[in-house]
Ligand binder design. Structure first.
Ligand code: PHE
Length: 339
């Protein structure tokens, strides 16, 4: 009688309640089954009355369960039927983001050099003084260290830890790890302690290149970079080399290209000169080769380094460096989407 009342008062309004009810009453170890087990041990006189009650109880439990299943199922059905949208309409598409312009240009640069047999090498953004400066022929206390304002992280007995100021540190790591020939480019983020403005930022991206083998000459350097520029900015782009200074290359040069905006006629970007500077380069100083365990009598090499931001500015006529790191989607969505 107690269970009969419980069943009559039970409210089964969702799938979880229905399942709990079934587990309590109707499985093989459930209440209905166990009452039938007990029934076997009562006297045959009691069996007559109890048998009827038990059967009614079993039917009550089963019909209650079935009824609950039907009504809850119906409710779900009628919810489905309530949707009266047009199922033949096309779905709403995903809004795809676009590639960051710096990623697009980096990829383009990497593709051009890959075809020339250059591999991609990477290294840590946090470097020690030796990899960033000393191995690259920057003597201690030498004013050339001031060419790049450095973020120092930790003083450490003559080998301070800093954020790398250029990816030339990866050239050192590459050369230390093996023997020539080396033909690699090193894309990566670099850091300099500069006030942020339209023309300078405290971090930017570089791609540096290194080619070391027997008999590598300045002619190889010029032809490689000339080819690169034709691929990136189109046939007919002119180049010129101006003598320059870097501690790790001798001789050193800066390379200009004919202005990509005015095609050399003179405009605001090139200050009417018709030329814009895009990279630094030179023949790897023999001291650097020796510092990295490479025989400078046997091998020679060239190196170059460019800022991806600058290359991108010239390609897309972007005039403010800060746009690259502000994540303004009005700027970013103008670039191509790649899946
Ligand atoms: N490391 C130089 C810079 O960051 C660029 C460079 C690389 C110059 C290789 C010459 C050779 O300014």
């Amino acid at each position: 009688a107690q269970y009969t009342q419980e069943i009559q008062e039970s409210s089964l309004t969702n799938a979880a309640e229905i399942e709990a009810f079934r587990l309590k009453f109707l499985v093989s170890k459930g209440i209905v089954k166990s009452l039938f087990e007990e029934f076997k041990s009562v006297s045959s006189e009691e069996k007559r009355t109890l048998g009827k009650v038990l059967n009614e109880f079993k039917i009550l439990a089963e019909t209650t369960l079935q009824h609950a299943i039907d009504t809850v199922g119906d409710a779900a059905d009628s919810q489905e039927k309530a949707f009266d949208g047009d199922l033949t309409l096309p779905g709403e598409g995903f809004q795809l983001g676009s590639r960051h312009p710096l990623s697009l240009v980096r990829k383009e640069i990497v593709e051009i050099f890959k075809k020339l047999g250059f591999i991609v090498a990477e290294g840590p953004e946090i470097e020690d003084d030796w990899h960033n400066f000393s191995a690259l022929n920057f003597p201690p206390e030498h004013p050339a260290r001031d060419m790049q304002d450095t973020f120092f992280i930790k003083k450490q007995d003559g080998n301070d830890i800093a954020l790398r100021t250029h990816t030339s540190s990866v050239q050192v790591r590459l050369m230390q790890a093996g023997q020539p020939p080396f033909r690699a480019i090193m894309p990566g983020r670099v850091f300099r302690n500069e006030a942020i403005s339209a023309r300078a930022h405290c971090f930017f991206h570089q791609v540096e290149g290194l080619y070391v083998d027997e008999n590598v000459s300045f002619a190889d350097l010029k032809q490689t970079l000339f080819h690169f520029v034709q691929e990136l900015y189109g046939e007919g782009t002119k180049v010129r080399f101006r003598p320059s200074y870097f501690p790790f290359t001798e001789p050193s040069a800066e390379m200009d290209i004919s202005c990509t905006i005015c095609k050399g006629k003179g405009c605001q970007l090139c200050k009417n000169s018709g030329w814009v500077e895009i990279l630094g380069c030179g023949m790897v100083d023999p001291n650097v080769l020796e510092n990295c365990g490479i025989d400078s009598k046997k091998y020679s090499g060239f190196a170059f380094g460019m800022g991806i931001e600058r290359i991108t500015n010239l390609k897309y006529e972007i005039r403010d460096l800060r746009l690259f790191s502000e994540n303004d989607t009005r700027f970013l969505s103008q670039f191509e989407t790649e899946i």
